[in-house]
Ligand binder design. Structure first.
Ligand code: ATP
Ligand code: MG
Length: 746
């Protein structure tokens, strides 16, 4: 008799075990949230290693975030009873793609020490190109081009493959040409952008079949988590690597090459001996369509890998009965689904709660109190998460946590006050408050651009150092001389005059008004208004939110002191802390307690998807809601605020249609704790109660009626995607080799 099966196998149910033990040939695990897909992948690696079928460096394993890769490695160590040494090919698509690219950089006209550009570098480069082409950057912003190029790269399109119609949308038909020039410039600069980390691999593999074969031979097993969110480029990359190496299949040098423009629709060369590839995913959790992900990749899998074994897992091990029932009922409103069953053998547990708050402040206060209560009941902060639809929502919670002294961490992006646009705005206010704040002055002296380049700043620094004075004083002295060129001198004088005027207004207008004046007169808001990139709307929202946050303080000084306190809280990664993140960043994670604030029409679902024709956007929002609820093990707590400040003015909101779509049997409507500090049934409390009741009555209103009312009221305005990756620094290429710790939703 064979020895008893190892624990990592006996801990699995029969379907999971089949997925782990079917090591030969393609396997697709198509299963709902919390059914153990990620656990299957990890167990599968453990099985491959412990049966000696492959060594660590022969396994290619793709996770959605760097954090998930670290987590998987950690679990693997636990399963095997010893730390796993060297899994060089365990990581995100981009980190692995980048690694391959470095090894063969010369073959795609790069050097192995190429730099990965962040978004700012990318924009700067594109601006130069626009200038050289005499294209008006105001009419055709570089950021828009960056967005287009990014989109093309996500779809695996090289410059020659971009459909003419699409290339024409930018710069009077010059889009395609600019893309080509941009790629040439990158080569000259020995640089790659984020998209190149995969696209250049694909080119490499196509132009150098010998290199491709080398990897095909090396990777005996390929595993992919969160498969539903792969984009076309990632799919093409995988498909190339997953073909069995064979002479007939891949032409050697000098033999007929595959046509350079082979795209997704080109016939697969052959899958005579398909590789041992195992992908796991859930179509109901596909939430990156706006970034080019194609859930069709799931359907394509069976086509490209005929004979693939498709395994379905139906038992959810994560959530209690009520939570699972609520999430399943909600997602059933989507039409475009493959459909699946989910069951739990867990007890029903607590019902999903829905709480109405008067406004977002009360919402934050209420959640703060709930958290303290959970803490008193012995819950670890690590088991508490707040998942927001839009990043600007985080601000209120961060402020609240600082006040309460609760540890928190922001996952998948910068904290609110660390966002580039927020820091810029703060820098203006800091200079007004303290003219000697050199760091702040330097940050904004040329933001927005006013012709005060590096040379000018350097000159100011020299003067300041020599005379031991702050930069602003150096600036003041230099505008009286002719050391600067007339244009720069004029600009600098304008800046200084502006600051003088703003400072003199400090005693006349409120500090929030002052902030509005400054953002307006400095041209800073306008800079983002003119920006047509995907993240500009989110940045404008953040600026509005920043001004709003100032209302809670008496004056500018008090506000800035508060900010320095918030910024000071670095926190240790191991500390017990509440997790704050966007829904997009929460994929694959789980927590005992999950708070889901902001379930209002226009915020969640976002206004953009409400304004859109067709259901695609709305269905993606619903999947996002489904992802949110299914993160919870024991408690899912949904909130909506009846009043929210949108675009600077208060709006009465309508509870999200997704709340209507929850099954009454699994949901409990509760009262916000946030108002209790205001004196029971007093004015504030009464309205709060009213609004909970009114929620009860709208609960039966058909969603479409409310949507129409909402559309009529809110016009075209709305929130934008401010989810994981497009947030300023989280997008900056860097999951590869920079700032790796904050990049989660790459
Ligand atoms: P998601 O779709 O959200 O990524 P998933 O399908 O990847 O979810 P996992 O995260 O792998 O699910 O598993 C969910 C939880 O259930 C984890 O805590 C995991 O350890 C647990 N789990 C999975 N399978 C089993 C099992 N057979 N026995 C006990 N616990 C299990
Ligand atoms: Mg998972």
């Amino acid at each position: 008799r064979a020895a008893a099966a190892p624990q990592y196998l006996t801990a699995l149910n029969p379907e999971q075990r089949e997925a782990v033990e079917t090591l030969d040939g393609p396997v697709l695990v198509l299963a709902g949230a919390g059914t153990g897909k990620t656990r299957v992948l990890t167990s599968r690696i453990a099985h491959i290693l412990s049966t000696g079928r492959a060594r660590p460096h022969e396994i290619l394993s793709v996770t959605f975030t760097n954090k998930a890769a670290r987590e998987m490695k950690h679990r693997l160590g636990q399963m095997l009873g010893q730390a796993v040494e060297g899994m060089p090919w365990l990581g995100t698509f981009h980190s692995i793609g980048g690694r391959i690219l470095r090894y063969h950089a010369e073959l795609v006209q790069l050097k192995s020490n190429f730099t990965v550009l962040d978004v700012d570098d990318q924009i700067r480069l594109l601006k130069q190109l626009l200038q050289a082409e005499n294209i008006d950057d105001k009419r055709w912003p570089a950021r828009m081009l960056a967005g287009l190029i990014d989109g093309w790269k996500n779809r695996g399109l090289t410059p020659s493959q971009v459909p003419a119609g699409e290339a024409a949308v930018f710069g009077n038909g010059k889009g395609g040409k600019l893309y080509a020039t941009y790629q040439e410039r990158l080569k000259i600069l020995n640089a790659a952008d984020f998209g190149d980390l995969l696209l250049e691999d694909i080119r490499l593999f196509r132009e150098h079949p010998d290199v491709l074969r080398q990897y095909q031979q090396r990777f005996k097993y390929i595993l992919v988590d969160e498969y539903q969110d792969t984009n076309v480029a990632q799919y093409l990359w995988l498909r190339l690597l997953a073909q069995a190496p064979s002479k007939q299949m891949v032409p050697g040098p000098g033999v007929v090459q595959q046509p350079a423009d082979e795209g997704l629709d080109a016939p697969t060369l052959t899958v005579a001996a398909p590789k041992n590839i195992c992908c796991v995913g859930d179509d109901d959790q596909s939430i990156y369509g706006w970034r080019g992900a194609e859930v069709d990749n799931i359907l394509r899998f069976e086509h490209d890998f005929p004979g693939a074994k498709v395994i379905r897992l139906e038992r959810n091990y994560r959530s209690t009965g009520h939570i699972l029932a609520a999430a399943s009922h909600l997602i059933a409103y989507n039409e475009g689904r493959l459909g699946k069953t989910l069951r739990t053998e867990d007890e029903d547990g607590e019902k999903v709660t829905v709480t109405g708050a008067w406004d977002s402040e009360e919402e934050a206060r209420g959640i703060g109190e709930e958290i303290e209560q959970l803490q008193r009941a012995g819950q670890k902060l690590n088991e508490i998460a707040i998942l927001v639809r839009a990043s600007f929502q985080m601000r209120e919670f961060e402020d609240r946590f600082v006040t309460l002294g609760l540890n928190y961490r922001v996952i998948g992006g910068p904290r609110f006050y660390e966002r580039a646009e927020v820091r810029d705005a703060l820098a203006y206010l800091r200079v007004i408050n303290s003219p000697a704040d050199d760091l702040a002055f330097e940050r904004i002296v040329n933001t927005p651009k006013r012709g005060l380049g590096d040379a000018t700043v350097q000159m100011l620094h020299d003067i300041a150092r020599k005379r031991r004075i702050p930069l602003t004083e150096a600036a003041r002295s230099v505008i009286e001389t002719d050391e600067l060129k007339p244009r720069a001198r004029g600009s600098l004088r304008d800046v200084m005059t502006n600051f003088d005027r703003w400072r003199s207004q400090r005693d006349i207008v409120s500090h929030t008004q002052l902030a509005e004046i400054v953002l307006d007169e400095s041209g800073y808001t306008e800079m983002w208004q003119k920006d047509r990139s995907a993240d500009a709307a989110g940045r404008l929202e953040n600026l509005k939110e920043l001004v709003r946050s100032m209302e809670e303080f008496e004056n500018l000084q008090g506000f800035l002191e508060h900010i320095s306190l918030v910024m000071d809280r670095e926190g240790n990664a191991d500390d017990d802390a509440v997790s704050l993140m966007t829904l997009h960043s929460a994929k694959g994670l789980e927590f005992d307690n999950v708070f889901l604030p902001g379930w209002e029409e226009g915020l969640f679902p976002s206004q953009r998807t409400l304004d859109e024709q067709g259901r695609a956007g709305l269905e993606e929002e619903r999947r996002l809601a489904h992802v949110g609820i299914t993160r919870a093990r024991k408690r899912a707590m949904l909130y909506f605020a009846t009043n929210r400040r949108i675009h600077g003015s208060w709006t009465t909101t309508i509870p999200s249609r997704f709340l209507d779509e929850l099954p009454t049997a699994n949901v409990q409507i509760t009262e916000s704790k946030g108002g209790s500090g205001w004196g029971g049934s007093g004015g504030y409390g009464t309205s709060r109660f009213d609004n909970v009741e009114s929620f009860g009555s709208t609960y039966t209103t058909p969603g479409w009626q409310r949507a129409q009312a909402n559309r009529a009221r809110n016009g075209g305005s709305g929130f934008d995607e401010t989810g994981a990756r497009y947030d300023s620094s989280s997008r900056s290429s860097s999951s590869f080799n920079r700032k790796a710790t904050v990049i989660e939703g790459e």
